[in-house]
Design a protein around this ligand. Structure first.
Ligand SMILES: Nc1ncnc2c1ncn2[C@@H]1O[C@H](COP(=O)(O)OP(=O)(O)OP(=O)(O)O)[C@@H](O)[C@H]1O
Ligand SMILES: [Mg+2]
Length: 598
């Protein structure tokens, strides 16, 4: 279609800097302009209009519309314009790019420097032009994902290139109930339909996503937590696996982060405790023991480690701690219970040397490590923590020098999938996190991400299978819950910053972008924003996106359910579109008050 064949609806009467003034022809009145190739409207600010610039078509976004007095308007008879007494309709638009013909195909370049000439024809954009403008780069034509239709005309399909969308991270934002889960489910489904070897891991906070994959192969659901919650008809025909994370899978560094010792006295005690774990075991009645057999004797010589600073056996304490410190005791065949950490921390923390070479448990020093001992004991006693994290130990220790690494890798293989080249029995892993208490989710999920980041970096760039990690309700755990330790680089920030190089793409979904780590938000290269009403949330978005497009941002607070604005590297221009409905849908969280109450 050449530009000449399209009826013009107006013409350019002024160029003021980048501001383009267009007078509409009498017949069009700025209402819906339609023609045989589809419909595009220029009746509202935000709409797009085409302006003839010779070989190119300049595309401009309308920002203002007004009546102008005909006397003040351009009065010569350009085009078919007749100056009558009726006021003129005038548009103000800003150039956002241009379309040009490249051989057989048409291309859109998003550059605002190209302007039409005075008097240039203004034409409505047909849907094939819109497809070019909203479309994807030539090199990604074969690997696109359809997300929905443009909101205004509902005729133009909105496609994005998969690589542009995922090669850096994607943020999906929106107030509760406006369609984030629907979008995430839709995207996952469309990726799977088109890309047979895709791998997705979903942190499903509310247990909604299983429904969206029913009837599909190679999907696995794991419910974190040991106690099945009876819910007969929800996971119809499916068998979720119940899984608890063994505490040692958090790793040496992960447990230090989890327990947050104070630097001065608690950290050294905890370090020693973690390094000694393989040399202690559980005895009867909850006792924690260490011991050795000195040949030729065959009987084990035991020492009880206590967590309460009592005086029994204190003379022997330093002798045994020395052995633990120097790693000179043999290792037990299995991991001790988590509780052993409390005893080890207490003993390493309270030890005091006596002038005569013996030792004692010193109450003052004990007081310094007591808060840490209490934290460990509280976690042991907390049924909600126990439900998700396996604290009982008992897994085999084969080689003490590799014991931490092995446990982390096993867990990462299970949750996030094995490395490239290894056999994997699922493509989608839904990790149902509904059993995790809100106050534990930052530390547990933070630690899981920490483990993943650790293993990714160890595996190296080529070894990690490309994985999309969908993080629902990310504001719960992608933020620093203990802001006083802000100097520490958080695992998720590491993932966000460098995950791309390791073939890991994050999809961060949240209703509170202002509560999300700003690093994570800024590391995203694409944003899909559904309706956001809170000023702070909109501001967070404003700070994260490179060229804050005020007009686009102002639309966000008025979007209806299911409508979103997409912007970033996968989109030529910020696009407002209506998201398709996921089929099947994720479990909706809308409460049905009326039907249940009636
Ligand atoms: N594009 C859409 N088309 C039709 N219906 C939609 C669309 N998006 C969402 N809905 C409907 O809106 C309801 C809420 O959507 P959804 O659960 O995706 O919201 P949410 O943003 O994830 O909310 P929350 O923050 O509470 O998790 C659902 O019943 C869903 O079916
Ligand atoms: Mg949701």
């Amino acid at each position: 279609m050449s530009i000449e064949t399209v009826d013009s609806i107006g013409y350019v009467v002024a160029l003021e800097g980048t501001k383009i003034r267009v007078n509409l022809l009498e017949g069009h009145k700025g209402q819906l302009a339609s023609h045989r190739r589809g419909v595009s409207s220029v009746s509202q600010p935000g709409d797009l209009i085409g302006l003839d610039a010779g070989t190119n078509l300049v595309v401009a976004r309308v920002t203002d519309m007004a009546f102008v007095d005909p006397d003040k308007a351009h009065t010569s008879n350009v085009g078919t314009m007749n100056v009558t007494d009726t006021p003129l309709r005038q548009l103000i638009a800003y150039s956002i790019g241009y379309v040009y013909q490249d051989g057989a195909s048409r291309k859109f370049i998003s550059e605002s420097w190209k302007l039409p000439t005075l008097g240039a024809k203004a034409i409505p954009l047909s849907s094939d032009y819109l497809e070019t403008i909203y479309g994807v780069n030539e090199d990604e034509k074969e690997s696109t994902i359809e997300l929905g239709r443009d909101s205004r005309t509902k005729t133009t399909k909105i496609n994005v290139g998969l690589n542009s969308l995922l090669s850096r991270h994607l943020a999906v934002l929106g107030s509760t109930g406006y369609g984030k889960s629907n979008f995430n489910a839709l995207l996952s489904q469309r990726i799977r339909e088109k890309f047979k070897s895709s791998r997705l891991v979903i942190f499903d906070i509310n247990g909604e996503y299983a429904d969206a994959f029913i009837g599909q192969a190679r999907v696995k659901e794991t419910i974190l937590g040991s106690v099945p919650i009876p819910s007969p008809d929800i996971f119809d025909g499916r068998h979720p696996v119940y899984h608890r994370i063994p505490y040692q899978a958090f790793g040496y560094a992960g447990l230090i982060k989890l327990l947050r010792p104070s630097d001065k006295t608690q950290l050294p005690a905890l370090r020693n405790a973690l390094k000694s774990l393989h040399m202690v075991c559980a005895g009867n009645n909850g006792t924690i023991l260490t011991g050795e057999t000195i040949p030729p004797s065959t009987t084990q010589n035991w020492f009880e480690l206590v967590d309460d600073c009592r005086q029994d056996g204190q003379e022997q304490l330093s002798k045994w701690l020395m052995k633990l410190r120097s790693n000179s005791l043999g290792h037990f065949p299995t991991w001790p219970p988590f509780k052993a950490l409390a005893n080890l921390v207490a003993e390493f923390g309270c030890q005091a040397f006596m002038p005569n070479g013996t030792s004692k448990r010193d109450a003052f020093s004990y007081g310094n490590v007591l808060p840490l001992v209490k934290i460990i004991q509280q976690l042991v006693d907390d049924p909600r923590f126990n439900n998700v994290v396996n604290l009982s130990g008992g897994q085999a220790i084969n080689n003490p020098t590799a014991m931490w690494g092995e446990e982390i890798e096993k867990e990462v293989d299970y949750i996030f999938g094995k490395k490239s080249g290894e056999v994997q029995d699922w493509d989608v892993h839904i990790i149902n996190l509904k059993n995790i208490a809100d106050d534990h989710s930052p530390m547990i999920l933070g630690s899981l991400l920490e483990m993943y980041a650790d293993v990714l970096f160890k595996r190296g760039q080529d070894k990690n299978y490309p994985t999309m990690l969908l993080l629902e309700e990310a504001h719960h755990y992608l933020r620093d819950p203990f802001s006083e330790e802000s100097a520490q680089l958080k695992a998720y920030e590491r993932l966000a910053k460098e995950g791309r190089k390791f073939n890991c793409s994050l999809l961060v979904s949240t209703q509170r972008p202002s509560e999300l780590s700003s690093t994570v938000l800024a590391m995203c290269s694409n944003w899909i924003s559904l309706r956001l009403t809170n000023e702070r949330d909109i501001n967070a978005l404003r700070h994260a996106i490179e060229n804050g497009n005020e007009h686009t941002l102002s639309e966000i607070s008025g979007l209806p359910r299911g409508d979103a604005i997409g912007f970033g590297s996968a989109f030529n221009i910020p696009i407002r579109f209506s998201i398709d409905e996921a089929k099947p849908k994720p479990k909706s969280s809308d409460a049905a008050f009326a039907s249940i109450w009636s």
